[in-house]
Design a protein around this ligand. Structure first.
Ligand code: COA
Length: 159
């Protein structure tokens, strides 16, 4: 199975990394795909987000990192993916994720969306929460891979 794990990854957290590691054990090849045309106002540009992901995934042999824009399903088709991976943190994620999965299935029913339940330890995490805590001077080292932690502190001028 070739799977794509899409997201904004602004920045990648330990919660994302947990999903990447677990998905990489199921998929033959896992493409972690950074959305470039996000409506979100991102702190890191696409090249920085891709670079951070490549750094944290460098030891997982079947994981590649790429950027994409436009429709996810078109991107998945273009790389020959047969599955989309999404992490589910809490019941609040479900409605949005379910709607996205159904819409993607209407566009191409040969590509399945597979949900991986987030490790309970990271169920409260989101990139926005981490950025906010960091900006307000809080400790975020237990929420981010080490290389990303350094990049975030540099970005907000705390290093
Ligand atoms: N650990 C930590 N945080 C997690 C997480 C996990 N396991 N899983 C999700 N999150 C957080 C992210 O950090 C992010 O936080 P933020 O909002 O504070 O930045 C949030 O959950 C959700 O973000 P993400 O998983 O990156 O999804 P998204 O909603 O930004 O983007 C896409 C989802 C890229 C899949 C979707 O927008 C897409 O497909 N876009 C392409 C256009 C398209 O095809 N549209 C039609 C879709 S039906």
């Amino acid at each position: 199975m070739i799977a794509v794990y899409p997201g904004s990854f602004d920045p990648v957290t330990l919660g994302h990394l947990d999903i990447i590691e677990r998905a990489s054990k199921i998929a033959r090849k896992l493409i972690v795909a950074v959305l470039t045309n996000s409506s979100k106002l991102c702190m890191f540009d696409v090249a920085e987000r891709v670079e951070m992901l490549r750094e944290v995934c460098k030891d997982i042999r079947n994981v590649e990192v790429a950027a994409f824009d436009g429709l996810l399903i078109s991107y998945a088709q273009s790389i020959g993916a047969n599955a989309i991976i999404r992490g589910l943190r809490a019941v609040t994620d479900f409605e949005y994720e379910f709607q996205m999965a159904l819409a993607n299935r209407m566009l191409d029913d040969s590509i399945e969306t597979l949900f991986i339940s987030t490790n309970a330890q990271y169920s409260y995490l989101s990139s926005s929460v981490v950025k906010e805590i960091a900006k307000l001077g809080g400790k975020v080292d237990a929420m981010l891979p080490e290389a990303t932690h350094i990049k975030l502190l540099q970005k907000i001028g705390r290093l």
